[in-house]
Design a protein around this ligand. Sequence first.
Ligand code: 9PG
Length: 782
Amino acid sequence: MPGVTSGLGRSGPWLQNDHLRIDIRLDDGSLSLLAVQSGFRPLERAHAFVETTDGAVVGFAGCDYDMRPFEDRLGAGRTLVIHARVSGVRLTREVTLYDAHPFVVTRVTVTNERAEPAALARIHVFTTPESGRGRLRFDAPPADLRVYRHGWQSWSPTMTLAGNVMDLRSAPTILAPEPPESEPGRFASDDVGVLHDPDAARSLLAGGISARDFLTQVVINVPRRHVDARCLADGMSLAPGETVASERVLVDIVGTPQEQLERYGAALAAEMQARAPLRTPSGWCSWYYFYTQVTEDDVIRNLRALESLRRDLPIDTVQIDDGYQADIGDWLTVNEKFPHGMKWLADQIRGAGYTPGIWLAPFLLAESSNTYAGHPDWVVRDSHGEPVTAQHNWNRRNFGLDGSHPMARAWLTGLFREITQGWGYDYLKIDFLFAAAIAGRRHDADTTRLRAYRDALAAVREGAGDERFILGCGALMAPSVGLFDGNRIGPDTAPFWRFLTREERAAERPRPRGPDDELSAESSTRNVLNRWWMHGRLWANDPDCLMVRDTRTKLNEAEVRTAASVIGLSGGMTLISDDLPLLSPERIRMASMFVPPLPQSARPLSLTADMPERFDYVDDRPFDQVTLAGVFNFSDDPATRTLALPHGDWHVFNIWDREYEGVRSGLLALGDVEPHGCRVLALRPALGHPQLVGTDAHVGAGLVDVVAAAWDPGASLLTLRLAAEGRPGRSLWVYAAGQRPRSARLNQAPVPLTPASNGSWRIDVTVDRESTLTVEFDPLTG
Ligand code: 9PG
């Protein structure tokens, strides 16, 4: 394996591997990138420079360099280090190419060699010129280009937009770290951003793979053909002689946006030492039915319902949400709705065989709380010394906890020790976390908002212990990797598809979906589709709760199926948030299709619209290759949908209709799909002999409920190993391939075989433990 080679060209040194060639210019420290296999050369002269708070800019000129072998968690390669000394500042630019990766990783360090401190505004790590040589080479008009723009925190909308529209209106303090952009075609994407040309199949991703000190923003100006990946330094002061390093920025110009985001996620996970759990939790959550009105009795009633539904809904966690505490910040004082206290309730939950889970907003202090009254110095303040309102909610102002204050951190550690070891909660949903990262003055004047945020999270983890499950919410994304086990990846869902005012609802044509919509099943679904690449890499994705109720909801059945299908296909955490005793048997049956979560995640087929309408899950276990194709209609009118099958003959099983649709090839017509509706199909290659084509035990239609399959042509025997996972009372569909099944047996005992559609047979079984199903066929004679 050749790995990375290097040499010295006319203007400076170069690095190359099988995928990428990087040329450096020593006169200005810039670099150019060439994708070796496609010949794509989107940029020349990507610069790096530092900006101080007084607006002065220091860049590279007249550089030296050295080259070294390099190895870290991402693998082995070579690093080129360029040095320059310009107006009292020493700059280095590290450019790393790995043997096996198609991307470059680059970082800038700044040393203040002046006699006085320097206040840093931004470190621009990878910036293409806005004019002249080095402008990005994306030739299509802005309207034909696409930008994947990623939001700052869990609730921040994340989607693909056309290159000529206005960026989202996300703003501080809640949804973004900086005010929104005001020029059409200019986008500020947090952590990572992608510019791509879907027609020419060319894509450029830039993103920070470390996030310990600075927020990384990727600004993409499509009309000006400009990308700027920069670290926000918050005005931090660099003392004489002191050195600071930017975050490490990855740039990838190979393959599709989906491949690039998945590679970026893997690199971020490796660099930040992610702790994605082996098993993704499933559970019940009080919020989306009871909201703040939840009582002890509501939790107990649902706990009893879960016990009686244990076979159909074998979830593992019971999580109490917002509503038990006396005030935001006064977590250990419980209100009158929980008369036995929270330790008692945890004991009840554990006694019933579930993991006790609890919600807190540990980085918010309400103005009315005792904690704030006792410690007004623990919150982030503005330049006048006034506390900054992180979020107005619960009819009061809530301030952001200052993670740089050692006493505030000690309080966090003690609080989480009490909630876990004292009360007995092993699953912690920690919410409104962005509040520790808002802009403002902190106890440690030299820290950055990101350091304060991560220090606060580390204090939480210290109190909670390494083994407890921490779910972030309202949380920064890249900066939380390594500290969370799970993270919410979208805005709150709701029992309505889109938020509409009364007038909008009454209008003949209700308001169409907007990219800035918050709090709805629709906007929650949108983020789940667009943040698939995080799941299992950075943490377990929390797509927000599943609601299957058919009372006290404005969601129609098509919308319930769509929201559930996206959650299910995403492989993310499955938390049911209904009042379980009120659910009909049909809706419990529906919920049972999503427990346990699928082992991986589906992926959008394209990233060209804000809501991808194909979300496909591919599993190629050798004995049963399955693609779950999620086909959606996110428009407000019925729409015809088709599905282009890959080459060959495919068994098509319709998961929601529980119907085998036959052996198909070419273009599959799916007919009219309802507004906000979907089809979910299990596709299996037709093998020419009897085989499993679908089940209704789980949305995976065999993926989790069937663990082995074998066809014995000599004995004309199909053997299926059925898992305990999946609904116990279930049907399996077997395709007979022109043969006639004689009998079916579950663990040797005969079970009924019923002729079903398109040459298939349905077998109804009840499975309580791993079991063997055999189907014997009459061999074809003459
Ligand atoms: C509890 C809830 C649930 C929910 C969280 C979070 O902007 N807002 O006013 C706003 C309020 C609540 C909210 C998100 C935003 O929801 O996502 O799952 O735990 O807190 O209060």
